[in-house]
Ligand binder design. Structure first.
Ligand SMILES: C=C(O[C@@H]1C=C(C(=O)O)C=C[C@H]1O)C(=O)O
Length: 175
């Protein structure tokens, strides 16, 4: 499912700059909505990574991670992004320990304050309505997503972001 962004994709023109932008999605959404996005935490609990996630993080699937699933909302409470982040236990130590209590603060608001933040190449996917994303958010269409591994103080975390229908329609209107 996940392919390098250089793969021969037929990415819709209005999504291409967004899917491939290595900067903070939070910052870009704040600018789009001309207001700070709202973060609703759907889940922040320990669990096992999916096989693809474990491979991307270089972990065995038996290694539990803190799994954070959130929805980012636009200024009129439009659901714009479903994000799933995995924090290996070994990453939630030292300077990153406080990420255990991120709550409704946007992860990017913290990550992108660090000049030494590392980010892997973005992988893209067209995610079918198979339950990976709550059906109430996805509907019955496949949605474009992106993911990458951030590295900070030598600690890794995997962040995947799926663009929900309202965001896609908003971007299409703006193109
Ligand atoms: C990584 C970023 O943080 C955003 C906020 C997230 C959260 O609060 O869990 C998760 C993914 C991103 O959409 C970013 O802004 O680029």
């Amino acid at each position: 499912m996940w392919q390098p962004s250089s793969a021969r994709w037929d990415i819709p023109k209005h999504l291409r700059p967004w899917l491939n932008d290595p900067g903070s999605l939070t910052a870009r959404l704040n600018a789009l909505g001309r207001a700070p996005i709202k973060v609703q935490v759907l889940r922040q609990s320990w669990g096992r990574p999916r096989l693809s996630e474990a491979r991307t993080l270089g972990l065995r699937t038996s290694k539990t991670c803190l799994i954070r699933e959130v929805v980012l909302y636009g200024p009129r409470q439009q659901p714009w992004v479903f994000a799933r982040s995995l924090f290996p236990a070994a990453s939630l130590t030292g300077a990153l320990r406080h990420l255990r209590q991120l709550d409704s603060r946007p992860l990017g608001g913290y990550l992108f304050t660090h000049a030494r933040l590392g980010r892997s190449k973005l992988q893209l996917a067209l995610i079918p309505p198979t339950g990976i994303i709550p059906a109430a958010l996805q509907g019955d269409t496949s949605l474009w997503g992106r993911r990458s591994v951030f590295t900070l103080y030598g600690k890794k975390l995997l962040v995947s972001e799926t663009f929900l229908p309202d965001l896609e329609q908003t971007l299409q209107r703006n193109t």
